[in-house]
Design a binder for this molecule. Structure first.
Ligand code: SF4
Length: 577
């Protein structure tokens, strides 16, 4: 097997989570990852495809998944055995701050001469601080690093200094830091192609399916994601991916869209591999109704479940158009609060009537499920307001006569406030008190014993204790509500209730330890509690499986997958990149 030009490594959020005890609580309850954030960014596939097309061989190793799936997997030995001309580590989501830097340290120790690259939103935001760690050589900045990365790999291959590579922060041999201009911000996503074939090729070449898995249980639940846009037009105060965040990090003045026809082609390609849900990431109406209509025309006839995001309410006409083209559609909608004042402070300027219309419209046209997300830790949100949200969920369920397709969720804004978000940049304006500002402060925070102590912020309205207590109480009330309406079974609700009680008791016990014992004693006691803590760490305030959209029958499209595999093998035999 040829030595890859670049090996992408996806770290766990905390290294080594298997030897430490952390009460993660509900921080990942409403995302597919476990609390160690084993899901790698969708950008890995896009970068691999682009580099492959330009003659560079890449490999993906999801270390987090390998560590999760096997207690015997020795990550340090595996890294020592790897051969690669460069290593690329993602620091997209800030919860990876500790794990990413620790994995880079191990790589540096085992491969002292091999360049180490970083990329992703958080790497971009903290680029100047990040590049000063001894284990980091290069940081690629911005939301579109395919071409800058190609240029950097060409420099490494030819032994040239990367003075001209756009969007690159780097250290030369003397350790001097260079910040190259941010000049590469494509206006559209026409340079991308779906990365699914490249992933199949990687699996065949490496003969290693687990390392390429996007997250731990993907092999049982092969959800596929396609990206409509990089950038956003909206201004949600706690989102680093808002319009202002993109401008700050990528110099992006307006979003870059995938063309609707290319997006439909991506969807068809994804459907050849998986019968599971295809998540269309990004709001189809962001580029205007014409864009949405063109996509819906182009995608009509593709079978199977689709998950669609709404950034604002949906009228009946649009709901009908969706149902017409994608009859098997699921909705993901995040009003975040039932309180219009909180929502407005957050930057979401629509009414409760708009939320209610959206729910009614989508259920009426036959959407398979409507997931409604609320959040705790928002500007102007009190504990009472967060709990009233559960009452509002009951109001909605009554409004739809208990239709069980409507599934509300509540989760904390945790563990960190997004860097580059409006609230991170102007915390006082939004009522936040930040405990962490720098990358190093976030890295250290991840070593704290519980999610409450990891939280990077408090608000004027809720301190850390109140945020945690309110999260558990809201979770408890919502769980009971779902059981009453038959959205979850009595048995599942009882399990969730028990997990909430266990997590609350553990939190109280750890608080007591912290108040009465030395740091060394706390660490020892935490390790003694590890089994109990680990059992309380997933599905705390809701069962993660509530989020899954299971395909009927086999999750993979075996004939399609075989066809893709044979095509890829034929390309490999003919030596095509
Ligand atoms: S949360 Fe708001 S700002 Fe962030 S991507 Fe969604 S709509 Fe855009």
């Amino acid at each position: 097997m040829p030595i890859p030009d670049l090996t992408f490594l996806h770290p766990p959020s905390l290294y080594d989570f298997r030897r430490r005890a952390t009460l993660w609580g509900p921080i990942s309850d409403v995302v597919p990852s476990t609390p160690i954030y084993d899901m790698y960014p969708i950008g890995f596939a896009a970068l691999s495809e682009y580099l492959g097309r330009h003659g560079f061989e890449t490999r993906i190793v999801n270390l987090a998944v390998r560590m999760l799936r096997s207690p015997r997997f020795d990550a340090e030995q595996a890294i020592a055995r790897m051969r690669s001309r460069a290593f690329g580590i993602d620091l997209h989501w800030l919860p990876h701050a500790q794990g990413a830097l620790e994995v880079a340290r191990i790589v540096r120790e085992r491969h002292p001469e091999t360049p180490i690259l970083f990329g992703g939103f958080s790497a971009t935001y903290f680029h100047e601080e990040l590049v000063r760690y001894p284990q980091v050589d290069y940081v690629l900045r911005g939301d579109s690093t395919e071409e800058p990365l190609r240029q950097l790999l060409a420099c490494l291959r030819d032994g040239r200094a990367p003075d001209d590579v756009p969007n690159l922060t780097w250290k030369d041999r003397s350790g001097a830091v260079h910040v190259n201009p941010q000049t590469y911000t494509p206006e559209n996503l026409d340079h991308l192609r779906p990365g699914f074939r490249r992933m199949v090729r990687m699996v065949l070449r490496q003969r290693d399916l687990v390392s390429c898995a996007p997250f731990g249980h993907w092999l049982d639940y092969p959800i596929m994601a396609t990206l409509t846009v990089r950038g956003c037009t909206q201004h949600c105060a706690v989102c680093g991916g808002c319009a202002e965040g993109h401008e700050r990090m990528s110099g992006r003045a307006r979003p870059a869209f995938r063309s609707p026809e290319d997006l439909a082609a991506d969807v068809r390609e994804a459907r050849r591999i998986s019968r599971g849900p295809i998540f269309i990431l990004g709001e189809l109406r962001l580029a205007g109704m014409d864009y949405a209509r063109r996509f819906l025309r182009a995608v009509r006839g593709v079978p199977g479940p689709f998950m669609l995001e709404f950034f604002w309410p949906v009228d009946r006409e649009y709901a009908e158009a969706l149902a017409d083209s994608l009859p098997d559609f699921f909705v993901e909608f995040s009003p975040d609060s039932h309180d219009p004042q909180v929502r407005a402070a957050l930057g979401k300027h629509y009414t409760n009537a708009g939320i209610e219309e959206t729910v009614r419209n989508c259920l009426a046209v036959g959407c398979r499920r409507f997931d409604l997300f609320f959040m705790i830790g928002l500007p102007q949100q009190t504990a009472a307001s967060a709990l009233e949200t559960v009452e509002y969920c009951e109001h909605l369920l009554q409004m739809v006569n208990g239709d069980r397709r409507l599934v509300p969720f509540t989760a904390p804004l945790a563990p960190f406030l997004d860097p580059a978000s409006l609230a991170f940049e102007q915390p006082e304006r939004f009522g936040y008190r930040l405990h962490c500002r720098t990358l190093e402060e976030h890295r250290r925070a991840l070593l704290a014993p519980t999610w409450k102590h990891i939280l990077s912020y408090e608000t004027e309205w809720m301190d850390r204790d109140t945020l945690a207590a309110t999260t558990y109480e809201a979770g408890r009330r919502l769980n009971r509500l779902k059981a009453r309406y038959g959205i979850v079974s009595a048995a599942r609700a009882a399990e969730t209730e028990e997990r909430i009680e266990r997590a609350t008791a553990l939190m109280a016990r750890i608080d007591h330890l912290l108040a009465t014992r030395s740091p060394e004693e706390v660490e020892q006691e935490m390790l003694a509690l590890k089994g109990e803590i680990d059992r309380a760490n997933t599905s705390t305030v809701c069962d993660k499986e509530e989020l899954d959209v299971r395909a009927r029958g086999l999750p993979f499209n075996l004939p399609g997958l075989m066809e893709v595999g044979l095509g890829v093998l034929w390309d490999m035999v003919r030596g095509r990149p």
